[in-house]
Design a protein around this ligand. Sequence first.
Ligand code: CDP
Length: 804
Amino acid sequence: MNDMTSEQRAERLQGMGCKRKRVEDIRFVQGKGNYVDDLKLPGLLYGDFTRSPHGHARIKKLDTSKAKAVPGVLAVLTAADLKPLGLHYMPTLAGDVQAVLAEEKVLFQNQEVAFVIAEDRYAAADGAELVEVEYEALPILVDPFKAMAPDAPVLREDIKDKTEGAHGRRKHPNHIFTWQIGDKEATDAAFRKAEVTVKELISYQRVHPCPLETCQCVASFDKIKGELTLWGTFQAPHVIRTVASLISKIPEHKIHVISPDIGGGFGNKVGAYSGYICAIVASIVTGRPVKWVEDRIENLSTTAFARDYHMMTEIAATKDGKVTGLRVYTIADHGAFDACADPTKWPAGFFNIVTGSYDFPVAHVTVDGVYSNKAPGGVAYRCSFRVTEAAYCIERAMDILAQKLGMDPAELRLKNFVRPEQFPYHSALGWEYDSGDYHTALRRAMDAVGYQELREEQKAKGAAFKRGETRELMGIGVAFFTEIVGAGPSRNCDILGIAMFDSAEIRIHPTGTVIARLGTKSQGQGHETTYAQIIATELGLPADDITVEEGNTDTAPYGLGTYGSRSTPVSGAATAMAARKIKAKAQMIAAHLLEVHDDDLEWDVDRFRVKGNPERFKTMKDLAWAAYNRVPPGMEPGLEAVNYYDPPNMTFPFGAYICVVDVDVDTGTTKVRRFYALDDCGTRINPMIIEGQIHGGLTEAFGIAMGQEIRYDETGNVTGPSFMDYFMPTAVETPKWETDWTTTPSPHHPIGAKGVGESPNVGGVPCFANAVNDAFKFLGSTHISMPHDNWRTWMAADKLGLHG
Ligand code: CDP
């Protein structure tokens, strides 16, 4: 090995930049993953919910006797049982409370009313059917624009007299918060002076993260030790432990939370659900472990939804297309309880990234959060806290402005981009963008797809359409997004008072192999592969000799978990910093062994060598052995370190996406001809994993833009909460993705990396929407709302008189 060149030794490590194959796939592709529902414990019981058929109703009578008589049913929990324990309500991540089991009223369809515990899941389901509930139906509120009307039904009677919300005065019993940011006066002045303005209500429909594995847990309380073990699909296991301790009063050190393999999270598995609380109580009551596993309908209709943001968007600009101001007023539908998973100070998440990639001199944003008779949530579904709403808002609005100005949408963007020399860039809404080169990215994307030729083809097709020679319209969607990921600096980000840092602990064994434990938790992103690559490069040890562990609160250092693409920006940084502590100690050991001063050594891939005398060196593997038997006098033996990383800033990945569609106006069918995605996530740890992240996120974006919606009818029924109705793209519908990249490292991240997991969802949705809208633009259409399914597209064509 010592004959190898530095390059050969570096290649052998499979460190950063290498397309290392995913080590976790060895078990996944063989069906050997270990998911919550795989867990079997002696005496395991099963829980199932009786749920409300009504969207809003008073509970007049609740009778559990028939359910209790079902063979195999052991107990039935209701709010009356939980109330004496103070557990009938649980705190939400947004500072509200949520009914664990409905007490006097139900507030959304399928809300949890009773929890039946039985020997098997069939008996539990039979029991849940036989819980008898008498309801008195109440008026329904499903339109967020009517939530604050004087005659709107009051939903949350439990807090109707509360005048102050978590973020200021409430204007109405159905009002949750108002959040404002930016300079209102200066923005209003910019609009008064504007040569051109556009205004459009841009709605992002309610969708659901719908991970393939639903939410589930197993609770096992050991009465002798007074200890609770909770296995679950938790994206943030440490936070769940803290919350479980605060709610149950079981001391935190006596709670063991374990997230085994997770089949997708996308924000859906961040918060706490009634199923977790009921399973814990049921285990305490019965003295046996209790499993709760949602089915698909329960997941889609009751656990955290995403979006439901309705954004009245205005841009002020000059006649030649320079933007001068942005004003957005948003109604945010949070459902029946405010269980939105946002950092405490940010009730609208990071929606103030809504100025996007453009140099707006002034901007002002107001968000009103309201209650409705819908399921609670508002999670960051593959986006960093309302960033995808913001990207959709600004990217649609920029296209609408381009249309009004008669400008090409790409040209308008190039004209208004933040310029490379402006970084670090201070946005009008308070963020400091760390780095970017937007012009290069968009120009490269335009060249790659042959943008000008596509526009010419579109023009010719439009003319042919007008002559009646074709019934197909061609649309070219351009979207350019700036993401904000890596929550977050503890000075402005916390969840329930816990600062948003993250952690890594690395321990090197005497033989030079490594165990690393982290506060994050992969749900399919490949952390076991990529964190090892960071350590391999930092410490010069092969990635194959490094085991990465996450998800066990007894062994992993405290962390805030994985969501919002924060793993790389925060725990990735912690990993590099912990490795550097180890390397500094290893350097002292090497100096001692080589009998030189520390400063006389230099690092070379996997070893410290004497400057000017490269034949004299100690490899990291040698130093690992020496750390346990030949350390310098006075030094502690061992080679390990932990780092809790509090990032100085967020990271700001960005991307240029272009999509080409052909729309059949007679059937409403949209065919995606091409989709090109250029992403810049700074230093790339594993290009193959990044490509996988982009493919997955684009497929989700395609689902959202082209068909997904969790819809409620006027009687409060949630329509289509199953995969029969909710559009889940399969390989058959999914377009082919073309991916590309530029690399603009983050200046403040130890390895220059930015997050990437969310980007394709954030940029993909507006790109599809712009493409469909672009197809209809030359016929005078300004804005067609998502989702762009065949029916809505047909309707849009019909409105334009295209069906004669
Ligand atoms: O927090 P989450 O894991 O969902 O998102 P992320 O930090 O963007 O990482 C997603 C996956 O992409 C991880 O396996 C990262 O290691 C990988 N990644 C990468 O290889 N290079 C980057 N610059 C960013 C992420």
